[in-house]
Design a protein around this ligand. Structure first.
Ligand code: ADP
Ligand code: MG
Length: 373
């Protein structure tokens, strides 16, 4: 070997070691807490904040890992991908059981329960109507559809046309319905990111996926300061918090008519459809936030209560012991904040009073007392 070769080898080796060392030290570099990851996904945003001590290398690995989880939810449940597992299921022959992934079965089963418990206010087979009203993948113009079109699609709605067998991990369509999991998939995805972070041993984090949140541990582990969530003022203007609540090992999902809608002749058409009428919901309920350990359940219930409206929604929340905060529009263009009994119990009288949230009075209970007197 000549001298030239030898020296270039040495230089190469030195360069390699230097690169490795720089690489290592970059990966080992401790990051200042909180570490925040953010970006766009599913036509919305994600924001994951971690207050555990992390190195750059650990942070990179975590981000890669939870993005993989999100990608897998999208591959299973997006209505914008023809090859998504759900879209393939939507084309399957009627009455034939289809083996499906655990996660799709889980979300279909949650949907079925919330549909039954809300007497069909929540119904994933509104997909055809969602499309008709321009809120789906069909890319239709934002106009009010004709009665004929509406009735045609209304005839295709019915959650009972999807059977789910959680033992054998299979499902089937008994009529030609189109399942759209948009009202629960985001919540499920939030749960999945949380489960991934738990599995990686992360103890303090807040996941925010397009306004669906879940927390663990503390915003400041040293002082044990809680994570907090801002419940938005339900208007179309810039984001502003109406109430700020602590979120301790808990999740919350908010549904409202003030973000995703179109307007025609001054009337607002929201993306939540009442499966009973086939039309966008139009009631005094401006926003519903449901607190639940599982964000998929919170998300589905928030949509269900949005459909039922304030009075029926409150009755439903009471029946199912739901921890929920409802913002109800008043005549004067203001809103009243009403907490369910489970909400008041969970956050405590003092905080609820301080925030100006009213306790819901059950009119039927008042009537009973009145007759008893
Ligand atoms: P929000 O952000 O208001 O909570 P979600 O994103 O949870 O709304 O759900 C809204 C989506 O759910 C709609 O875009 C539509 O695809 C679907 N959807 C609309 N109405 C219903 C309903 N009654 N039951 C189930 N899903 C619905
Ligand atoms: Mg929802």
């Amino acid at each position: 070997m000549n001298r030239y070769h030898r020296s270039s080898r040495v230089i190469g080796l030195v360069l390699l070691i230097t690169l490795l060392l720089v690489g290592c030290s970059e990966n080992d570099r401790p990051l200042e807490a909180p570490v925040r990851f953010e970006g766009a996904i599913f036509g919305t945003f994600y924001q994951v904040t971690v207050t555990d001590p992390l190195t750059q290398g650990e942070a990179n690995a975590l981000e890669e890992g939870f993005l993989e989880e999100l990608e897998s939810v999208d591959q299973a449940m997006s209505t914008y991908r023809d090859d998504a597992e759900l879209m393939v299921f939507n084309e399957t022959p009627l009455n034939e059981w289809q083996p499906l992934s655990n996660e799709l079965i889980e979300v279909l089963a949650i949907s079925r329960s919330v549909s039954e418990e809300s007497s069909g206010a929540f119904d994933i087979t509104v997909g055809g109507l969602v499309n008709l009203w321009s809120f789906g993948p069909e890319a239709r113009p934002e106009v009010v559809p004709s009665e004929t079109e509406l009735n045609e699609r209304l005839a295709t709605v019915g959650y009972d046309a999807i059977d789910v067998d959680t033992q054998a991990m299979q499902a089937r369509r008994t009529r030609d319905v189109f399942a759209d999991l948009s009202a629960v998939a985001k919540g499920h995805a939030t749960d999945r990111v949380a489960a991934y972070l738990d599995q990686q041993g992360v103890e303090h984090y807040l996941v925010n996926l397009g306004g669906d949140l879940i927390s663990r541990g503390y915003r400041d582990p040293e002082t044990q300061e809680s994570w907090r969530v801002g419940i938005e003022v339900p208007h179309t203007g810039p984001q502003q918090a109406q109430h700020i609540l602590p979120l301790e090992n808990m999740s919350v999902a908010t549904s409202g008519d003030y973000r995703n809608y179109f307007e025609e002749d001054g009337k607002r058409y929201s993306h939540t459809i009442d499966p009973r009428t086939g039309r966008p919901v139009n009631n005094r309920l401006a926003s519903v936030s449901v607190f639940h350990p599982s964000n998929a359940w919170a998300d589905a219930w928030a949509t269900a209560l949005t459909v039922t409206g304030s009075d029926a929604g409150m009755q439903l929340a009471l029946e199912h012991d739901l921890n929920a905060l409802l913002l109800i529009k008043s005549e004067e263009g203001q809103w009243q904040s009403l907490g369910t009994p489970a909400f008041i119990n969970y956050f405590g009288d003092a905080l609820v009073e301080e925030l100006g949230i009213d306790a819901w009075e059950d009119p039927s209970a008042t009537r009973q007392t009145a007759t008893g007197e």
